[in-house]
Design a protein around this ligand. Structure first.
Ligand code: C2E
Ligand code: MG
Ligand code: MG
Length: 580
């Protein structure tokens, strides 16, 4: 048998009696050639091309698209395709003579329907017509819905196969093609990975730039990923979540590259791309399992500035196991009294007397010992079970306040933390009101701490919750000020009573003149806006003295006490720092 299948002359096409033109016309997809310069004129198109566009002849097709490559691509995708093609060509290593690109885009056929094309291009330099692109295209599917017919904002509109915002394949398309994509790679012995991407603090970006600005950021993130991972299976699943199947080799460098390019999208604002990676075993072609693991790895580095990606490993499976345990056992934990309130005192800077305590919950498990809130709060938020914890914490706080009053004749106000999602998951003011009535506790004895990141969630809701809490007689504190992206400017939009600044934010300020100016400016501004200032995380006497000298009102931190159980608070701490 003759195995020289690529020999045109004697063995291959000629032996079949096929001429070059017939060959091009009988390819199993569209093929065309266009000039890489000026108007990008199409020089040749095979007979498959008109079919993709619902035209009968090549001439009709040429007229329909205006004879140019740009005219062929759906207008919303043009710039992205142009940028992506050249970025890919430019990134081909110098010693590789084959200048390739792989892009996906939409076209509009004659009936007005959008179709999704996958193109493989190759740049041929120095032909008689200058540089030209040879392009092979396959139609992936037809997008259902007429062009421009959608009134849904783009970030919600995901069709059966294409994500309208980024032009990337959508989840169903991705799921439908991973198995085949992986089989091909594994057949060639190429190690593959599943990657989950998330844009950290994307809500803040949306909040700051509005949805249109946020959409643009997502489009550009999509472009960057396409450029850095050409030819790979890439998709946007939802919101700011992108997924990718790619080869293992050289992954770290490519992830760093993508991270750095995304960080440059908005100078002055940190657009932080995080990636979780799951290494697929050869032959593994079902993706949901891998995908969940990649996501777990990605979530584990959210909010951490020192890590841009993480591979899924055994330690993560332990964390994951703990998360599952928390979700499955929260009801038991509440019912069995495993949820305890520890209290960390707050002292007044001038007098060093106790002026309040913060309730910090601890899950003391009969088998696992003490779990810290960082191990269970975010899980409970994500699984929408946070109200179970919050109810328990309020109950304990009310019981302890009653006891304090009964046994010690005083009751210092307790501040309670509410997670950002709690506000949208349940009616926090109503729940507080009900619990306090049950225990006969006045609202003046309970303060509500809302963390700064809530500002990014739903400003309207937050404003109305604060207003209701005020009407009911509660003080509302902003927790963790300075930890995220909030600006001083935001403070004027909300009616907080106390501004709680994390010492972390003030790190290194002692002895530094600029920091001194900043801290006293923040303090003065807070005072002018009728807010009290509290700095938490105070660990040294020097820090405390500094804070006192710039006029900070209250302090909290290990210098005074760690969070302690109720008994230790009243029997030990109150003796050293008497309540005012
Ligand atoms: P947070 O409200 O900002 O609480 C302060 C955290 O800093 C506490 O960690 C506290 O133990 C720690 N801390 C206090 N003083 C110092 C110090 O001087 N140095 C250092 N390095 N750390 C200090 P914890 O108790 O692990 O709580 C972590 C976070 O979990 C809290 O941050 C709060 O946001 C959340 N949290 C705790 N309990 C609850 C709760 O019952 N409900 C809700 N929704 N969130 C809670
Ligand atoms: Mg707090
Ligand atoms: Mg805090």
């Amino acid at each position: 048998m003759d195995t020289r299948a690529n020999q045109f002359e004697d063995g291959g096409l000629a032996a079949l009696g096929i001429e070059l033109a017939a060959f091009a016309n009988n390819l199993p997809g569209g093929f065309f050639v266009y000039e890489a310069h000026d108007d990008k004129r199409i020089l040749y198109a095979n007979e498959y091309m008109p079919r993709l566009f619902g035209c009968d002849t090549v001439d009709e097709f040429m007229e329909y698209v205006g004879g140019t490559f740009s005219g062929l691509v759906y207008h919303e995708d043009r710039q992205r395709v142009e940028d992506s093609v050249w970025a890919q060509i430019d990134s081909v290593p110098k010693d590789d003579a084959v200048l390739r690109d792989h892009v996906s885009y939409r076209i509009v056929d004659k009936s007005g329907a959008l179709r999704y094309l996958d193109e493989y291009g190759r740049l041929i330099r120095g032909t008689a017509r200058g540089d030209v692109f040879f392009v092979f295209v396959a139609s992936v599917f037809t997008y259902e819905g007429a062009v421009g017919g959608s009134t849904v904002p783009p970030h919600h509109a995901v069709s059966a196969g294409v994500d309208v915002l980024t032009g990337l394949p959508s989840m169903p398309y991705y799921h439908g093609h991973t198995s085949e994509f992986l089989s091909r790679a594994f057949a060639r012995g190429i190690p593959m990975v599943d990657v989950f991407f998330d844009v950290d603090h994307f809500r803040t970006i949306n909040f700051r730039l509005g949805y249109e600005g946020g959409d643009e950021v997502l489009q550009r993130v999509g472009n960057v990923l396409q450029e850095v991972f050409p030819g790979d299976l890439l998709s946007r699943f939802s919101d700011d979540h992108f997924v990718l199947v790619t080869r293992r080799q050289g992954l770290e460098e490519r992830l760093e590259l993508a991270h750095d390019r995304v960080a440059r999208i908005l100078p002055g604002m940190n657009v932080e791309l995080k990636a979780g990676v799951f290494e697929l075993s050869p032959g593994e072609t079902t993706i949901p399992f891998a995908h969940d693991r990649a996501k777990v790895a990605c979530n584990s580095i959210k909010g951490r500035y020192d890590r841009h990606y993480r591979f899924y490993d055994q330690s993560l499976s332990i964390e994951e196991e703990l998360r599952n345990y928390v979700v499955e056992n929260i009801e038991t934990a509440v019912a069995s009294g495993w949820i305890h309130n520890y209290y960390q005192p707050v002292v007044r800077a001038q007098t060093e007397r106790t002026c309040g305590v913060e309730a910090l919950s601890r899950w003391i498990d009969p088998d696992r010992g003490m779990l810290s809130p960082v191990e269970f709060i975010s899980v409970l938020e994500e699984s929408r079970l946070i109200h179970l914890l919050d109810q328990a914490v309020i109950d304990r706080a009310c019981e302890d306040l009653q006891r304090m009053r009964r046994e010690h004749g005083v009751a210092v106000p307790v501040s309670l933390n509410f997670a950002p999602t709690a506000l949208s998951l349940f009616d926090v003011p109503a729940m507080l009101d009900k619990k306090l009535r049950e225990h006969d506790i006045e609202p003046e004895l309970v303060h509500v701490e809302i963390t700064e990141s809530s500002l990014a969630e739903d400003p309207e809701l937050l404003r109305s919750v604060i207003a209701r809490l005020h009407r009911m007689g509660y003080k509302v504190w902003m927790d963790d000020f300075g930890s995220g992206y909030s600006s001083l400017n935001l403070l004027k939009d909300y009616d907080f009573d106390v501004l709680k600044v994390d010492m972390e934010f003030l790190r290194g300020m002692e002895g530094n003149d600029k920091s001194r100016t900043i801290v006293s400016a923040v303090t003065n501004l807070a005072h002018e806006l009728n807010m009290t200032t509290l700095v938490e995380g105070v660990e040294t006497r020097a820090q405390f003295e500094f804070l006192r000298s710039v006029g900070v009102d209250r302090a909290q931190g290990f210098l005074f006490s760690r969070p302690v159980p109720y008994d230790e608070l009243v029997n030990d701490f109150f003796r050293r720092y008497p309540p005012e």
